[in-house]
Design a protein around this ligand. Structure first.
Ligand SMILES: *Cc1c(COP(=O)(O)O)cnc(C)c1O
Length: 447
C-alpha cells in the first residue's frame, strides 16, 4: 500500500448542489491503463502529450456498426471517411475489416491508394476535385460523387480525354424537418436541381450513374432525421428507375452519427444521449423500405460513418505543468496539451480523468493549454479532483478529427501510439524542428 500523498490545506468555497467538497466524484475512477498498457509506461517511452488509439475499440466499433446494418439490409458497405482520421494505421485497421475509402481531396485519394485501397473501392466526395486527380480516379474506376453542374460537365471532359466511362453518384441535399440544411454541398432535391442533374447526365450518356448520396450533417442526435433522408433518396431512386430504367447499385447515407461525446450545449452526457448504431440502422432501413424494386435488385447501402467509429478509440494523455488559483477561487491547471491538439474542445465538454489515484477533494477546475492565447481552454469549469504538477490526465473520446485538424501552432505536434494485437507501437512520431524547417526557405539576400 502506498501511503496517501500529503495535500496542503486550502479553502474551497462550498458549491450549491454539491453534498460537500470532499464527496467523491460519482463514477470517476483513475484511468491508469489503456487496453492493459500503463499510461505511465506510454509516457515514459513516447513523451507527453501523447495520443493513444485502441485497435480493439476501432475493430469493435466497426463490427458493431456493420452488424447493426447487416442484420437489416442485405448489402452493406462502410466507406471510411478519411478526413475524420487519416493516419495510415487507423485506415488500415478499418480496411482490413472490409471498409472502402471515402475521400474529399487528391491528398486523401493518394493516401488511400498508398494504404492499399484499390481505386475502384474509393468514393470521392467534396465540392472541388482538381482535373489531374480526377483523371486518375476516373481511369482507375473510382466512384465520383458529383457536387454541382459545372463539375458534371468537367467530369465529362476528363472522361473523354482519358477514354473512360466514369462511375458517378449524385450528391443530393434536402430539407429535413428540424435540421439546418447543408445546401452548400450537392444538388438540391426540393428545387428540382438533383433531377435536372440526373436528366443532364443521362442525356449526355458519357457516364454511368451508379448511386445517390447524401450527408445531412454531423453529430445528428435524431435517428428519425436519417429515416426521412433515406426515404427521400429511395423515392428519388424510384423516379430514376421509372423515368430512365436505371437500376442504381447503391444509396449512400453519408456520415454524421453522434459519438459518445457531450456537446457544450447538451445537458445529458453523450454516453446517455447519443443513439446506438441499432437505432440509426432501424430508422435508415425503415426509410429505405420505400424502394420500389424486387428484393434481389435492392441497392447496396453505403455508410460513411466517421466520428462515431473512431472517437471512442482515441485518448489524449496530458500532464499538469502548473496549478494556479484564479481570482474567483477556481483552480486553473496549465496542461502541456492545448486547443491546437484538441480542436474538438471548442464543441465538446470532453471527458477527462486522472491517470493515477487522486485526491478525495474536488474543486471547480478549468484546464488551460500551454499556448499564449486566451482561447486556449481545453476544458471549461467542472468539478475535478485537486491536482498538482506532474499529474497525468487522460482525455477520452478524442479519436475523431483531432489528429487531422490539429495544427502546428506555437508548439510541434506530439507522437501518436496504437495499442493493439502486437502491444504498443508508435504510428506517428513526434514532429521535430527539422521537420518544420525542411519545408522553409530563406531568400538568398537574407542569408
Ligand atoms: C465529413 C464527412 C463524413 C463523415 O462525417 P462524420 O460526421 O464524422 O460521421 C462522411 N461523408 C462526407 C461526405 C463527409 O464530408
Amino acid at each position: 500500500m502506498n501511503s496517501p500523498v500529503y495535500e496542503s490545506p486550502s479553502i474551497v468555497r462550498h458549491q450549491m448542489g454539491a453534498m460537500n467538497k470532499f464527496g467523491r466524484l460519482q463514477g470517476v475512477r483513475p484511468l491508469t491503463h489503456i487496453d492493459g498498457v500503463a499510461v505511465a509506461d506510454l509516457v515514459a517511452e513516447h513523451g507527453s502529450p501523447l495520443f493513444v488509439f485502441s485497435q480493439r475499440t476501432l475493430v469493435n466499433r466497426y463490427r458493431e456498426l456493420h452488424g447493426a446494418f447487416a442484420r437489416r439490409w442485405a448489402k452493406v458497405r462502410i466507406a471510411w471517411s478519411y478526413k475524420t482520421n487519416y493516419l495510415e494505421a487507423i485506415c488500415r485497421t478499418f480496411h482490413r475489416e472490409g471498409a472502402w475509402a471515402e475521400v474529399v481531396s487528391p491528398f486523401e485519394y493518394d493516401k488511400a491508394i498508398l494504404a492499399g485501397v484499390p481505386a475502384e473501392r474509393i468514393h470521392w466526395n467534396g465540392p472541388y476535385k482538381p482535373d489531374a486527380a480526377l483523371a486518375r480516379a476516373v481511369s482507375g474506376g473510382s466512384i465520383i460523387h458529383i457536387d454541382n453542374l459545372d463539375e458534371l460537365a468537367r467530369i465529362e471532359r476528363v472522361a473523354e480525354r482519358v477514354k473512360a466511362r466514369p462511375k458517378v453518384a449524385i450528391r443530393v441535399n434536402m430539407n429535413i424537418e428540424g435540421l439546418a440544411p447543408w445546401s452548400r454541398f450537392g444538388l438540391n432535391l426540393e428545387s428540382g436541381q438533383a433531377r435536372e442533374a440526373v436528366n443532364r447526365l443521362v442525356s449526355g450518356d458519357r457516364m454511368e450513374l451508379t448511386g445517390l448520396h447524401c450527408h445531412i450533417g454531423t453529430f445528428i442526435l435524431d435517428p428519425g432525421a436519417y429515416g426521412k433522408a433515406a426515404s427521400k433518396l429511395a423515392r428519388l431512386a424510384n423516379e430514376i428507375r421509372a423515368a430512365h430504367g436505371i437500376r442504381l447499385s447503391f444509396l449512400d447515407l453519408g456520415g454524421g452519427f453522434a459519438s459518445k461525446n457531450t456537446l457544450k450545449a447538451q445537458y445529458l452526457l453523450g454516453e446517455q444521449a447519443s443513439p446506438s448504431f441499432e437505432r440509426y440502422a432501424e430508422a435508415i432501413c425503415d426509410g429505405l423500405g420505400e424502394l420500389d424494386c424486387p428484393a434481389r435488385e435492392l441497392p447496396t447501402l453505403v455508410l460513411e460513418t466517421g466520428r462515431a467509429l473512431v472517437d471512442d478509440a482515441g485518448y489524449l494523455i496530458a500532464t499538469v505543468e502548473a496549478k494556479k488559483r484564479l481570482p474567483d477561487g477556481r483552480s486553473g491547471l496549465v496542461l502541456d496539451a492545448g486547443v491546437n491538439l484538441l480542436f474538438t474542445s471548442f464543441w465538446y465538454k470532453h471527458d477527462v480523468v486522472p491517470a493515477q489515484e487522486f485526491s478525495a477533494m474536488q474543486e471547480p477546475t478549468v484546464m488551460f493549454g500551454p499556448l499564449c492565447m486566451n482561447i486556449d481552454v481545453v476544458r471549461d469549469t467542472m468539478q475535478f479532483p485537486a491536482s498538482s504538477p506532474g499529474d497525468r490526465l487522460v482525455f477520452r473520446n478524442v479519436g475523431a478529427y483531432n489528429v487531422t485538424q490539429w495544427h502546428q501552432f506555437i508548439t510541434l505536434r506530439p507522437a501518436v501510439v496504437m495499442v493493439g494485437e502486437g502491444g504498443a507501437s508508435c504510428i506517428r512520431r513526434a514532429e521535430t524542428l527539422d521537420d518544420f524547417r525542411a519545408v522553409e526557405d530563406v531568400p538568398a539576400w537574407l542569408r
